[in-house]
Design a protein around this ligand. Structure first.
Ligand SMILES: [Zn+2]
Length: 305
């Protein structure tokens, strides 16, 4: 008979929540998606999170499964140890004790983690970093953030803010970042920055994916933006490698969907920047947008052990 144990897992994003029941081996038995509704304010979002989590636990029991824990991933600054969503720009959280709220509502041991950190955890253990002990997962989407995973655990930092590779200074005279400083990696090479830069040059507002397509088709302005993006990312990753000396760098997030169009030139550019460093293996993410949810489940299971 199969083990009936499952974890209730939620990955809360700025627009949507990915939710699942996950077995201890990382396989998913049920998934749901719900709108976050961030415009309703943080209290309403917390209400929805608790309702959805409770619904998933009920669904598990109705299907003869046994929910043993709940794992929740949220963006922003997350204090894993206290289980508090400290700050989040896109969901509006300010010091929300989400772990304790969910634990009380579900009567299950609950963990709270950072979306990119747990995404990295999942990629390192179940995805593209599998089999290597030192992994840096870099998510390139609207922003850029990273997760440094060592021996299957994601480093959180002293204040829950480790991995903010998007705010490494790469272009001192570059565009101003959302954090207030000029020239951060995120301000130059995020998917949002790629689209913005291309629109500046051409007046044509298209997505980063479209810029990648046009660059591959030989369109000069798109080619220029793409080369600038790759160069900035390589500068950021070279700094990351100097700090962390990892075996594998996993590139995820929306921009990674460009696949070899991103990874091939990025590998070359990173190679050019290595001096004494050992060059990491550079690969695309394997778990797609499921990584956060799976990672939230892994974090919850780790806390039980
Ligand atoms: Zn910044």
């Amino acid at each position: 008979m199969t083990d009936p144990t499952v974890v209730v897992a939620l990955d809360v994003g700025g627009t949507g929540m990915k939710c699942a029941l996950v077995r201890p081996d990382g396989s998913t038995v049920h998934t749901e998606r719900h709108p976050t509704g961030a415009a309703r304010g943080p209290d309403a979002v917390v209400g929805t999170i608790l309702e959805v989590a409770e619904g998933l636990a009920g669904k598990a029991r109705a299907d003869g499964l046994e929910p043993v824990a709940c794992g929740i991933a949220v963006p922003g600054v997350v204090d894993d140890a206290r289980g508090v969503a400290v700050w989040s720009a896109n969901v509006g959280f300010r010091d929300v004790p989400l772990r304790d709220l969910a634990a009380a509502r579900l009567d299950l041991p609950t963990t709270l983690g950072h979306d990119v950190r747990v995404g990295g955890l999942a990629e390192a253990r179940l995805g593209a970093g599998r089999g290597t002990r030192h992994v840096l997962f870099v998510a390139i989407g609207t922003g850029i953030a990273a997760s440094h995973v060592v021996d299957g655990s994601a480093v959180t930092g002293a204040h829950g803010a480790a991995g903010e590779i998007g705010h490494i200074l790469v272009r001192p005279d570059g565009p101003r970042c959302g954090c207030g400083r000029p020239g951060c990696l995120e301000a130059v090479a995020s998917a949002a920055a790629v689209a913005r830069r291309y629109a500046e040059l051409t007046g044509d507002p298209v997505s980063a994916a479209e810029v990648a397509d046009r660059a591959a088709a030989g369109e000069p302005a798109a080619g220029q933006v793409w080369r600038e993006t790759v160069a900035a990312l390589a500068d950021g990753l070279a700094t990351g490698q100097a700090l962390f000396d990892v075996e594998t760098v996993v590139i995820g997030g929306g921009l990674a969907q460009a696949g070899p169009r991103l990874l091939d030139p990025l590998r070359v550019a990173l190679h050019e920047r290595m001096t004494f460093h050992r060059e990491p293996r550079l690969v695309g993410a394997a778990l797609g947008d499921e990584a956060g949810c799976l990672g939230a489940a892994l974090l919850a299971l780790d806390a039980l052990a």
